[in-house]
Design a protein around this ligand. Sequence first.
Ligand code: HEM
Ligand SMILES: *[C@@H]1O[C@H](CO)[C@@H](O)[C@H](O)[C@H]1NC(C)=O
Length: 492
Amino acid sequence: MYPVVVLVLGLSCLLLFSVWRQNSGRRKLPPGPTPFPIIGNILQLDIKDITKSLTGFSKAYGPVFTLYFGMKPTVVLYGYEAVKEALIDHGEEFSGRGRFPLSEKFAKDHGIVFSNGHRWKEMRRFALRTLRNFGMGKRSIEDRVQEEACCLVEELKKTNGSPCDPTFILGCAPCNVICSVVFQNRFDYKDKNLLNLMEKLNENVQILSSPWIQIYNLFHDLIDYVPGSHNTVMKNIDYIKSYILKKVKDHEESLDVNNPRDLIDCFLIKMKQEQENQKESLEFTYENLTVVALDLFGAGTETTSTTLRYGLLLLMKHPHVTAKMKEEINHVIGRHRISCMQDRSQMPYTDAVIHEIQRYIDLVPMNLPHAVTRDIKFRDYIIPKGTTIMTSLTSVLHDHKEFPNPEMFDPGHFLDKSGNFKKSDYFMPFSSGKRVCAGEGLARMELFLFLTTILQNFNLKSIVDPQNLDITPVLNGFISVPPSYQLCFVPV
Ligand code: HEM
Ligand SMILES: *[C@@H]1O[C@H](CO)[C@@H](O)[C@H](O)[C@H]1NC(C)=O
């Protein structure tokens, strides 16, 4: 009997404590549905369609509301006004990164994506400077992406116009671009180094988007020591890190400080400068370098390849859009040279199509979690330092007033009456403010150069009537992905 009594008593205390904790902070936080002890609002959410749940809550509680994922409150911002007010008008205060227990384990607050404060600023500044077109010495980023675009076309030609699932090939190209930026060279699509890297990255994406990990993130204290798929995630990360470190050693031997070849060289040069200046605390260490490189692979591969894959599906579904885009490509670029970024300003229709692809697919519907860096008064509420902030990018990208018929794919959303490109402040697929995607420039370059080069060289042929193609997104953890499909790349 005795152990049962202890157990019941213990659980009741835990319950009381959690109720007390939830209530003590709730008064000044934005309103929201009443949380259950320990599990919070989990049961009130449709985990399969969180966006729909958020829309429902915003109707009941307004554009700023509080949800409890487990015992911790998360403030949700819904709609352009609230998102802009936080990320732009109060940019500094909302620039913190929300906590993921798992990320704390592997990034240990290093790198860019999961770090905070001074470290985040230093590493982000370094990455942004290096990712500028001529940030890495003589060879521009554009040059590297163009090289990959040519290889991508060659690889697609090998399919001989027969039906294929483009997931693998469209995954290689963005990963190779990061390889070229970080390691100087791209790899052949059959190279074991590239395949291993992609395999580990893919496996992590699979695991991180599983329900198991959501549970882990809520209750990690309890199950930290249980073996499970989160251990595989760590193993994969260790593999990638040690591969990066091996490359770093090779780079050190051939380093020429006057001719940086890639991001690793730029980082090593920073390291040297720091040592010469005898600064007390070293910011540029091997550990920091590997995590920054890892961040670029993690943030820059799956995002871009999913956008490309979804983009081709949408182009197949809308042949008249594709035809107009091809016409513009033919007119501005022609058949005999590869496209370059300068072409974009003369290609308003293509520019609008690519914007519309990103708007329509709404790749990261709830953004990555932010956190407030200090206690802040926001509208009529007090949000305590460290509170997780979730911003609904869906509510901005699918705004009814800014984009009439937001659920329709229509490049007209980004064109004015005379066919000129029309900018929109609501275009936030990369988020906005101080945490805005650090790879935005690179990603947009890849989307433009890859998509124009593909259409310049191929007709996309669907194996079913385009009208019957399913284009409904599937939410996969943090990102929405297209249903799987097949197509033929028929050389023009
Ligand atoms: C279509 C492609 C991409 C999309 C839609 C995208 C979207 C995003 C979004 C929504 C965030 C979170 C921003 C926030 O917290 O407010 C983010 C962060 C980030 N992205 Fe991207 N991204 C893309 C491609 C890339 C690429 C190619 C790279 C690498 C060069 C990259 C590197 C990063 C990094 C380093 C961060 C963390 C920034 C920070 O925390 O300061 N992304 N991205
Ligand atoms: C780099 O790493 C060291 C420890 O390895 C740490 O003390 C320092 O804060 C880090 N700097 C940045 C900018 O991440």
